[in-house]
Design a protein around this ligand. Sequence first.
Ligand SMILES: [Ca+2]
Ligand SMILES: [Ca+2]
Ligand SMILES: [Ca+2]
Length: 232
Amino acid sequence: MSTNDIEEQKLDGDLSIAASEGSSVAVGGEEEQNDEPKKEEIEEKKEVNSHEEKDEAPSMVKEEVVASNDLAPVKKAGCTKSKILMNVVVPSIFLACVIVAVAVLAVRYKNFKKKYPGCKVDHQNWIANGVCQNKGLKYNIAECQFDGGDCDEFNSMYPNCEVENPTWIGDGKCNGGDYNSDDCAFDGGDCSEFNENYPDCKVEDPSLVGDGNCDGDDYNVEVCGFDGGDCE
Ligand SMILES: [Ca+2]
Ligand SMILES: [Ca+2]
Ligand SMILES: [Ca+2]
């Protein structure tokens, strides 16, 4: 092989290497070109997605707008659920309750007048409530059937004792006035000791005599033991 042949082979080799490199570059270029469409596809997908999102968002807004537009006349009229409840339902229930209560009271009043025709008292519910009452001396009378029967036992014990509070008779505390009288058995015995100690002491409230506090006027007198010793 001559020198020229060797150089020609070398040159061919360089050219072949160069050609192969060029082909690889070309292939690389094609790969890059192949990559570009993929990026475009991604971009397109992004655009599609963005369009879809944009398309959905306006539709939701539209629905909300339509819904709000539908309720607008209702809201404008102030007809919200809470307002309907407060302005219509609750007053209706309250009115129904008032009507029922008035009807019940009317029936009770009618029945009371039928049962106690001459009984004129401020508290009809006190009649026959189990407690002997005689406020204003209007309950323990024949027209009210002696407090609807509540004072029958009291009247049998003290037939001539006419007081406003029959329950004070025999409650352990000495009450003055009509309570501390012979007709009321001297307050049902509550004033026996007081009357023994101070037979001429006439005070409104005998329980204040000797209670530890000095009471003046009728209490701080000799017949009352100067208020049972409270004023000495
Ligand atoms: Ca009564
Ligand atoms: Ca008493
Ligand atoms: Ca006193």
